[in-house]
Design a protein around this ligand. Structure first.
Ligand code: BG6
Length: 256
């Protein structure tokens, strides 16, 4: 806490949690976009925040991304047994490189804390026909139900345009997103400056209505360039815990 005061980070935490009505905000020093060390700290703080909301009998839905991969790296076995808990990917796994896919991260997290995991081996982005046939497949149905009933969601937040590129969306869709003022992407949804969902991807897994029902939504994202995206997701209003870094936090507070 003394260190936090010196850096003025507690002040940033306080301002952000008040402005957006969050239960908890954690700000780590530095800029995770330019400093790998800060990114690690972000992961460490994210891991701590996740464990603090787990009760020992949870289903945790996790997204992919480099930030969540860092969270997984920093999880350590907690004092309470998590044998009865499950980690699942928030959405279909395939579509990003293996290391940062939600499936990889969910299984990695589970192994680190001694919990169970179930995976969803379908592409992230589905056509209507594929979706209809997969959602009725009995094996897939079970895991999809489990994901949609998750008690905790832990997710990354990305800049809309960067995520559109990373997901290789068609040019016409990218243009549409731009026209709609999309700033953020998270769990397959695109948000504008007011936190309004302007675009969604048809996907098996978590939907907005499921996110609204979960007990804990933990968002983890840092870096100066993500400030607008983080603001957009916070405006959406479902976040309970935010773990971010100083660079993003300062930028967010400047705009308040
Ligand atoms: C994706 C998540 O995998 O990672 C998104 O599904 C998030 O919710 C994105 O926007 C962020 O990625 P990174 O690498 O910037 O942490």
């Amino acid at each position: 806490p003394v260190v936090k005061e010196i850096f003025g980070l507690a002040n940033l935490e306080e301002k952000i949690s008040t402005a957006y009505g969050l239960c908890k905000v954690v700000v780590v020093p530095g800029d995770s976009e330019t400093s790998p060390l800060t990114k690690k700290e972000l992961g460490r703080a994210g891991a701590k925040a996740l464990l603090s909301v787990m009760s020992g009998n949870d289903v945790v839905a996790v997204t992919g991304g480099t930030t969540l991969a860092e969270v997984a790296e920093h999880l350590t076995p907690p004092n309470v047994s998590l044998k009865q808990s499950w980690f699942v990917p928030a959405r279909g796994g395939l579509g990003e490189s293996l290391e940062i896919q939600a499936n990889t991260i969910a299984s990695g997290m589970a192994k680190r804390v001694g919990a169970g995991y179930r995976l969803l081996h379908v592409p992230d982005l589905l056509g209507k026909e594929a979706y209809e046939s997969l959602v009725h497949d009995p094996n897939i149905h079970d895991i999809v139900e489990m994901i949609r009933g998750a008690r905790i969601v832990i997710h990354g937040i990305g800049d809309a345009m960067e995520m559109a590129r990373r997901r290789k969306l068609e040019d016409s869709v990218v243009e549409e997103l731009q026209n709609q003022g999309a700033l953020a992407e998270s769990y397959g949804y695109y948000f504008d400056n007011n936190g309004v969902v302007v675009h969604k991807m048809l996907t098996l897994g978590l939907r907005l209505e499921d996110i609204m029902r979960t007990d804990h939504v933990v968002g983890i994202a840092g870096g100066k360039s993500k400030a607008k995206a983080i603001h957009a997701v916070l405006k959406f209003g479902q976040e309970d815990v935010l773990v971010t870094d100083e660079a993003a936090a300062e930028e967010i507070v400047r705009e308040l």
